[in-house]
Design a protein around this ligand. Structure first.
Ligand code: ZN
Length: 208
């Protein structure tokens, strides 16, 4: 015995979310069915509005509802320190530590041959373009620190190595690459680390 088709479809859509198994998907679908038509309409509207208004910052790929995100627009942030993160989730995790006053670049993933993600799928061309623009405006004696705040997994290490090579090809001695100090859970996403651990790993960052 199967559920009626619209309900099967609804369960199937919920199952497409990460970590949602069949049981959770069923529970979510039934919760939605118990709501009034007005509540469901409101929910659908919120989803559509989020999709319509939330965009990627054209500079750093953080999520924003304008062209440039709040962090990139903030004149108090130090633009000579660019923290490279895998995802917006990791950016938020670093922001929560209140330690970092620089700006970001969100890669939108990490190199993972198993999942078919190559360097071309990451926001790396956009990184080199924005760095070039920034370096052109900088003095010869200034330094531009790129902090590789990427998880310490095999894929994370491969991604950091790729960026390191990319930057050496770039050949501008003003670029200084650093990475988070050890002490973070190996293999886990940055946002799994508690704020103190993450803040410490950031503070004690080392030359990459
Ligand atoms: Zn931004």
């Amino acid at each position: 015995m199967r559920y009626t088709k619209p309900l099967e479809d609804l369960i199937e859509e919920f199952r497409k979310f990460p970590t949602i198994g069949p049981k959770s998907a069923q529970r979510m679908a039934f919760t939605l069915l118990k709501k009034t038509p007005e509540q469901v309409e409101k929910f659908a509207r919120i989803i559509c509005e989020a999709k319509e208004h939330i965009k990627y910052c054209s500079k750093c790929f953080n999520l924003t509802n304008s062209v440039i995100c709040e962090i990139c627009q903030d004149p108090r942030r130090d633009s000579k320190q660019v923290c490279i993160v895998e995802s917006v989730k990791d950016l938020i995790a670093l922001e929560r530590t209140h330690e970092y006053r620089g700006i970001y670049h969100v890669l939108g993933g990490i190199i993972s041959p198993l999942e078919g993600i190559s360097a071309d799928d990451l926001n790396l061309t956009q990184l080199t373009t924005r760095l070039q623009i920034q370096l052109d405006e900088m003095n010869p004696e200034d330094e531009l620190e790129l902090v590789l705040a990427i998880s310490l997994s095999t894929e994370g290490e491969a991604t950091m190595l790729y960026i390191k090579r990319l930057m050496s090809q770039f050949g501008d001695s003003r670029i200084k690459l650093t990475r988070l100090a050890h002490g973070l859970p190996v293999g886990a996403d940055l946002d799994y680390a508690d704020e103190t651990t993450l803040a410490r790993a950031f503070e004690a960052r080392v030359v990459a």
